[in-house]
Design a protein around this ligand. Structure first.
Ligand code: ARG
Length: 471
């Protein structure tokens, strides 16, 4: 059958050109959104008297059958129909005859494809907020179970000060909370309707864009027709947010990989989330976090790829823009996979509390606290720092930790030391002394958990409301 745009052509399209320019191999993923947009468009054409009511009815029934076929996987998409828009239109015309050709009145594939992607991405954004919310819930549960677990905290990957393991986990809850917030904020820009922009300049038909917007649940319409068909900012925003989420997951992955090494032995990932080695029988490899760390690269790549595609593109639509899709779909799949695995992997992770405690007992991460103790006795902090530096050096030379020193040994470095330092140096005391909002003291972390749980409830109701609105 000839092309839908074949009128001005005298020759057949070269086979290689057909294959090179087609997008149906990947944009078939937009089939449901494409039909959804068409249903709203044709309803508006009827309401405006642009198409007679019986034609509108026939087209709507035809589109409904096409949608069923899409859902059952019964449509055979064809490369010679180039993309999802023309494949759907062809299927419709095959079903209801030439009247199907009236659907494209007052519309272009340029505003159509943009509409499809807005419809697609707003659903994904809600799903991702939900997945982030589930991951936060798993982290919060682990935090609750580890409110009394003390672990070295690090800077420069050197032991710095002891912290609650719960506090460490709650840092990630904050990070994923910001990620969810960014996605929620982007929703209002995604939920803007491009349809009605036509190819670039609008249309001669008396269409009602606001009616289509309300039919499809869009909050507003694009102000400018050129912008409507040229804008891919909403995809770039999504790819940026996805990159930041992957970066967060990658940092957590790196920690999980380190923590599950024999050297740290702080956590053990459940067997269900690890794999073995084909040669070394003893191995249990943290493949999931490793792969998430690795896949972060391709998500960044998709962002940089699209930024580069769009750079220097003149207004309005250019075929280059068809390159927006594969990276977007790939990012959606990659992020889905990572988030879906992370929540149960965190939930089932075993925390080796004894080993963490042993690590805390065998380090100098309580050194700041004796410096603070001397400051409390009136010594300027700089001098206290110097005194404790010397004390630590002495310990290292003697192969001891601070708590092993006798009071006489302490007094070699300053007269200001007294018995109370043995209390000050206890890890619980060190942790609980950091009793500031956002600090690691047990009561502060418990409050942080309570606050996070209240936010969880808010996010859950947002997800509920917006998943209904996005259908
Ligand atoms: N398949 C095209 C894309 O993904 C749809 C828009 C085509 N528009 C056009 N004028 N060729 O960008």
């Amino acid at each position: 059958m000839s092309k839908l745009w074949g009128g001005r052509f005298t020759k057949k399209t070269d086979q290689l050109v057909e294959e090179y320019t087609a997008s149906i191999m990947f944009d078939k993923e937009l089939a449901e959104e494409d039909v959804q947009g068409s249903l709203a468009h044709v309803t508006m054409l009827g309401k405006q008297g642009i198409l007679p009511a019986d034609d509108v009815e026939t087209i709507k029934q035809g589109l409904t059958r096409v949608l069923e076929k899409v859902r059952k996987g019964e449509i055979e998409f064809s490369i010679s129909d180039e993309d999802i828009h023309m494949n759907i239109e062809k299927t419709l015309i095959d079903d209801i005859g030439p009247v199907g050709g009236k659907l494209h009145t007052g519309r272009s594939r340029n505003d159509q494809v943009a509409t499809d992607m807005h419809l697609y991405l707003r659903k994904r954004v809600v799903e991702f907020v939900d997945l982030l919310h589930k991951l936060q819930a798993a982290l919060i549960e682990q935090a609750k179970a580890n409110l009394d677990t003390i672990v070295p905290g690090y800077t420069h990957l050197q032991r710095a000060q002891p912290i609650l393991f719960a506090h460490h986990l709650m840092a990630y809850v904050s990070m994923f909370g910001r990620d969810a917030e960014r996605l929620q904020d982007s929703y209002k820009r995604i939920n803007t309707l491009p349809l009605g922009a036509g190819a670039l300049a609008g249309t001669t038909f008396p269409i009602d864009r606001h009616f289509v917007a309300s039919q499809l649940g869009f909050d507003r319409v694009y102000e400018n027709s050129l912008d409507a068909v040229s804008d891919r900012d909403f995809i770039l925003e999504f790819l940026s947010h996805a990159s930041i989420i992957m970066m967060h997951l990658s940092r957590l992955s790196e920690e999980l990989i380190l923590w599950s090494s024999t050297e740290f032995h702080f956590v053990e990932l459940d067997d269900a989330f690890c794999t073995g080695s084909s040669i070394m029988p003893q191995k249990k490899n943290p493949d999931v976090p490793e792969l998430v760390r690795g896949k972060t690269g391709r998500v960044y790549g998709n962002l940089i790829g699209l930024l580069t595609v769009l750079k220097s593109l003149p207004l309005a639509y250019n075929k280059d823009m068809q390159e927006d899709k594969e990276g977007m779909f790939d990012t959606v799949r990659t992020l889905q996979g990572a988030l879906q695995l992370f929540a149960p992997m965190i939930a089932t992770m075993k925390v080796n509390k004894d080993r963490m405690r042993q690590a805390v007992n065998q380090d100098f991460s309580n050194a700041t606290d004796i410096a603070d103790f001397l400051v409390g006795k009136g010594l300027p902090f700089r001098q206290a720092h110097e005194v404790i530096g010397k004390t630590v050096l002495y310990c290292i030379q003697q192969n001891k930790y601070l708590l092993d020193l006798t009071l006489d040994e302490f007094k070699q470095f300053s007269d200001l030391f007294d018995d109370r330092i043995y209390e000050v140096l206890q890890p619980e005391q060190v942790v609980n002394a950091r009793n500031v909002y956002g600090g690691t003291a047990r009561s502060q972390v418990a409050e942080a958990i309570a606050r996070a749980e209240r936010e969880q409830d808010q996010t859950a109701s947002w997800v509920k409301e917006y998943s209904e609105r996005s259908q």
